[in-house]
Design a binder for this molecule. Sequence first.
Ligand code: IPD
Length: 270
Amino acid sequence: MATPDVDPDLTAELLDVALQAASAAAELVHGSRPADLTVETKSSATDHVTNMDRSSEALVRRIIQRRRPADAVIGEEDGGTATDTGVTWWVDPIDGTTNYVYDHPGYAVSVAAWVDGQPVAAVVEDPTHGRTYSASRDMGAFCNGERLQLGAPPPLSQMLVATGFGYDPARRSNQGQVVASILADIRDIRRMGAAAVDLCSVAAGRVDAYYEVGLSWWDLAGGLLVAMEAGAAVEAIEGGPPRPGSVLACHPDRTAELRDLLLTAGASGL
Ligand code: IPD
């Protein structure tokens, strides 16, 4: 992805706003989880939204709008419009809603500021594991204040690869076939349930790579900067810049091999 020319003071301010908003929202969803969670369906019978997704997004929006009233904000639940110039915030108020509904660890709040269409500052709060991931452009990635940096990658056959599945039944079935096809050529697969956390897990070395098709920008916008700043290559599975339809995050020395494996398995454009 291109490197935007952003004043370091603005970058620091955006990171500070992201930290405040993501931390408040994570405290709300995790610390004040109601006994009577209201759960509704969205795009399919398995795609859920809860009252806490909506409350979390409203809280993040209030904090951003108080501190940065002129910026655009786009969230999973209430939408919005990006700006080509200036600051756009991408908000996933609960990434991993299925985990949240089941009270299963590993959901996250993701808040990312993009400037002129490029990621500049991001925070992914993973409250069930007590992890705050943060990154700002060219200033590194951190987890709870500790710098994240990818180590030397294992060979492809030893790689632990994370992925996720969409909500559309036909797409899920195809995604399952891709997993079945690559499983003999890698160490194993992990499906944790939150794309933002998966990208941060690449940064932290908890998995060696992550790929998925059919996401939305709010799933990706924060975690991809954390992965990039830790030294991962974050691209589309077919190559070129990542996009919601296709993302592959991996050590740069293994990207070509994993890409070949995924493309041979039919992972592109499912
Ligand atoms: C989902 C999660 C999941 C991924 C799905 C996403 P949501 O986001 O990130 O890991 O596999 O494709 O839609 O719906 O929980 O915000």
